[in-house]
Design a protein around this ligand. Structure first.
Ligand SMILES: Cc1cc2nc3c(=O)[nH]c(=O)nc-3n(C[C@H](O)[C@H](O)[C@H](O)COP(=O)(O)OP(=O)(O)OC[C@H]3O[C@@H](n4cnc5c(N)ncnc54)[C@H](O)[C@@H]3O)c2cc1C
Length: 403
């Protein structure tokens, strides 16, 4: 009898899993449950090309809407899974339906971290996670708008880059002492700080937002140190939290994400998990981690499908990530840590350079700015865990692939 695989979460990992299942010849029933009104889509354009109006929404879809029908994937949008019963192997939906599964994939992703501050419920305060958030923000951005962005991470800065190009007055308020501090070294933060400042964005670091003020609509963003910024619209980008409640409530092991092994298996033999919602081991990095990236969603979904189909293959990829701001493509491979030795390769003034991170002499991570060749070459070097002479790395004339 053919099997039924249920996928909870119709995002990047869920969409990839359905695709890989059919590509690998799985002929059983696939049911995908998604609480958004759209077919699975890519989120990166939401703070970039879609917000800028450079692409239509259909370009964000992983597959055309008719693909699901053509491939016999039962996609239930606008539907939420409310509970999982591992003993009965069933999922209950918010419309009351109960679905039986042979195998279940949790691909529930993350949701935005919200700020519980006075005035946080005023109109024109937004978070950015879904297509409709992008549309709501875009609708309100006009050349005369004063936009205050809370959080100088990559999403906040991408929105800043788009909005300042539209002619908006943009202020970024960041609580820490530099932008993107979670993912890049001080040199890269300083470079992006300068680029944004030159473009007309006012970046305020070391300022914690304490309240929003306004009459119905937001008018001011107030900081704990007494500073305040006029605002017609506010976008908050202060991180995400994993959607683990379903997993937790049905007794799976959860610890900053759904705990899975290197084959994407959870603590229940019939349930796997993939994407932003997982806490997974990576033997290349020698530790467990939770990642928020397309690379992880795609690769881990493939691993989960392999395991479900009885073709297990360890998930051990070098993480990589990108961010587009203005004419700059930032690509990050590997994970840097405070204390890593930093090697600058090329001249930031050329708007094309790389920063290499060495830990105990080993090439562990790189940030490339408009430098695709370094990006491509570094994946293999990082996977190999090699020590390379910093003087050689600093010579931008020597291609990394020769090292
Ligand atoms: C604005 C923005 C820009 C980004 N830019 C980049 C970038 O440049 N590069 C990069 O690598 N990554 C980027 N990311 C991150 C990347 O999009 C995520 O890592 C990726 O989407 C994770 O995929 P996922 O399937 O794990 O989660 P998601 O894509 O979040 O999908 C999870 C889905 O499950 C749904 N869901 C959750 N619980 C339930 C339930 N109980 N029932 C039904 N449905 C449920 C959620 O609503 C969601 O639709 C960006 C993210 C955002 C928001």
């Amino acid at each position: 009898m053919s099997e039924t695989i249920v996928i909870i979460g119709a995002g990047h990992a869920g969409g990839q899993a359905a695709t890989t299942l059919r590509q690998k010849g799985f002929e059983g029933r696939i049911i995908m449950i998604g609480d958004e009104p759209y077919v699975p889509y890519e989120r990166p354009p939401l703070s970039k090309a879609l917000l800028a109006g450079d692409i239509e929404v259909e370009r964000t879809y992983l597959k055309k809407p008719n693909w699901y029908e053509d491939k016999d994937v039962e996609l239930r949008t606008n539907t939420r899974a409310t509970s999982v019963d591992p003993a009965a192997k069933s999922v209950t939906l918010d419309d009351g339906a109960v679905l039986s599964y042979d195998k279940l994939l949790l691909a529930t992703g993350t949701r935005v971290r919200t700020l519980d501050l006075p005035g946080a419920d005023l109109d024109n305060i937004f978070y950015l996670r879904a297509i409709d958030d992008t549309f709501a923000i875009k609708d309100r951005l006009t050349p005369s708008s004063r936009l205050v962005i809370v959080g100088g991470g990559y999403i906040g800065l991408e929105v800043a880059a788009v909005a300042v190009k539209m002619g908006c007055t943009v202020t970024v308020v960041e609580g820490l002492d530099r932008v993107m501090s979670r993912v890049v070294c001080p040199e890269v933060s300083a470079f992006y700080n300068d680029v944004h400042t030159q473009a007309g964005v006012d970046i305020k670091t070391g300022m914690g937002v304490s309240a929003f003020e306004g009459n119905g609509k937001v008018e001011k963003v107030v900081c704990a140190d007494g500073n305040a910024f006029d605002a017609d619209i506010v976008v908050i980008g202060v991180g995400v939290v994993p959607n683990v409640e379903l997993a937790e409530e049905c007794g799976l092991v959860v610890d900053n994400g759904i705990v899975v092994d290197e084959f994407a298996a959870t603590s229940d033999p019939s349930i796997w998990a993939a994407g932003d919602c997982t806490n997974h081991p990576n033997s290349l990095l020698g530790r467990r981690l939770r990642l928020e990236s397309v690379q992880n969603a795609v690769d881990q979904a493939k691993t989960a499908v392999g395991s479900m189909l009885g073709e297990p293959k360890e998930y051990a990829e070098v993480p990589w990530f990108w961010s587009d701001q203005y004419d700059l493509k930032l690509q990050i491979v590997g994970l840097s840590e405070p204390g890593d030795e930093v090697v600058v390769r090329g001249d930031p003034a050329d708007r094309k350079f790389s920063i290499i991170y060495l830990r105990d002499g080993v090439f562990t991570a790189i940030n490339t700015i408009n430098n695709v060749k370094d990006f491509m070459a570094s994946k293999k070097i990082i996977a190999a865990g090699r020590k390379i002479d910093p003087a050689l790395l600093a010579d931008a004339e020597t291609p990394l692939k020769e090292l």
